[in-house]
Design a protein around this ligand. Structure first.
Ligand code: BEZ
Length: 390
């Protein structure tokens, strides 16, 4: 397989025996439904892509390998978290492979281009991570859904938490849509609680040269710090933060900074308080079943990315079931998905008018290899999405 366009076709018909063959060029409900998984398979966000893909496939296997009565064919493409390749990659899946649905992606910059392609071609898109506000804001469209969060949501909820204990904060983030929007959300929540952000520091994505920013942070002496970095970058950040002696002097807040990486971060992460829409130890039958099934299938505990992938599959299944697998009946599919009330491992999950999740946000504390749920900071949080005119 050739790089840089590492393109892997996983033509794995999941159901045992595909009933019937294609008739002419038009896909029939007896053909497998084609699912384009446009996710990072390499780079900083590779593990996030794997979690999403594993979560999606777990749900499908729980349905006997079928969604809406149709078997499933996966077409997987490594997007490399590279915005400059996103247009070509998304068009490959839509125009060459003729996927029925796009599931993608992790990186906000890449996802915005996927959303543009989805709008232009009226392809159904479910975003299983990237929080770019525009996707469910100015770019919102009937055929675009998100099973994860908007960047504003965890930022805002983190700001509410930090403001309970601190009056000042400095933020550090990667300079791209996700970092900018996460910090904006944090500021709004922090100010609502009476706090003041002294300064926003940033570095380019996916740089891990954190030292100059940590030095500046130390001289600014805020009561707290908020950071948006993710994936492999968060491992180095949390270790650098502890090594610089800041962990005890400037309490650190963040959303994703300990998600799925506690084993790699070790003692440096211990005790860190984070806010997300999933946590370890949510005591619902659905979550307990999900955690057990995920562990059995993959020999590892799930994280928020796996949950977002699982729920992307659940959401698509709701649409497909409503039309008995007839993907041409898009209007009915979309109507059913808009009204979906999912039992997610994260808790109750429904969708706002902009097709963004309405969900609870949990306070978690890093203990050993778990982000243990200790509280709910805000229930049923919806992105305001003022720019979405569906
Ligand atoms: C984003 O680019 O939107 C993103 C990436 C990783 C974690 C969270 C958000």
């Amino acid at each position: 397989m050739s790089r840089p366009y590492f393109y892997s076709l996983v033509r794995a018909a999941m159901a045992v025996g595909i009933a019937g063959a294609a008739v002419g060029a038009t896909a029939q409900p007896s053909d497998p439904v084609k699912i384009g998984l446009m996710l990072p398979g390499s780079g900083t966000f590779a593990d996030l892509g794997k979690g999403i893909s594993n979560g999606f496939k777990l749900y499908v296997s729980e349905q006997g390998g079928k969604l809406g009565g149709r078997s499933v064919e996966y077409i997987a493409l490594d997007d490399e978290s590279e915005p400059s390749k996103a247009n070509e990659n998304a068009n490959k899946l839509v125009k060459r492979d003729k996927v029925d649905v796009l599931i993608g992606t992790v990186h906000s910059g890449v996802a915005m281009t996927i959303a543009k392609v989805a709008r232009e071609t009226n392809t159904l898109l479910i975003v299983p991570n990237a929080g770019a506000g525009e996707i469910t804001g100015a770019m919102c469209a009937p055929n675009i859904f998100r099973s994860s969060f908007s960047n504003w949501q965890p930022g805002y909820a983190s700001g509410l938490l930090a403001a309970k204990k601190h009056k000042t904060a400095v933020t550090i983030s990667w300079k791209y849509a996700a970092g900018d929007e996460s910090v904006k959300g944090f500021r709004e929540g922090f100010e609502k609680g009476g706090g003041k952000v002294l300064k926003d520091l940033s570095l380019p994505f996916p740089s891990t040269e954190f030292q100059p920013l940590l030095t500046e942070l130390a001289t600014l002496k805020p009561e707290s710090a908020y950071v948006f970095v993710a994936g492999a970058g968060q491992v180095k950040f949390v270790k650098d933060y502890a090594a610089a002696g800041l962990k005890t002097s400037i309490p650190l807040y963040g959303a994703f900074i300990t998600e799925g990486t506690l084993a790699a971060q070790g003692e440096a992460a211990s005790g860190l308080m984070t806010v997300l829409h999933y946590a370890d130890g949510i005591k619902t039958p659905k979550n307990e079943q999900f955690v057990a099934a995920f562990n059995k299938a993959y020999g590892a505990a799930p994280d928020v990315f796996a949950v977002q992938g699982y729920d992307a599959a659940q959401l698509y299944d709701v649409g497909l079931k409503a039309v008995k697998g007839d993907t041409k009946n898009k209007a009915e599919m979309i109507k059913a998905m808009e009204g979906a009330k999912l039992e997610s491992p994260r808790g109750p999950l429904s969708f706002s008018k902009s097709h963004n999740p309405i969900q609870d946000f949990y306070v978690r504390v890093a203990r050993g290899n778990q982000n243990v749920m200790t509280d709910v900071i805000v229930r049923g949080l919806a992105d305001p999405s003022p720019d979405c005119q569906p």
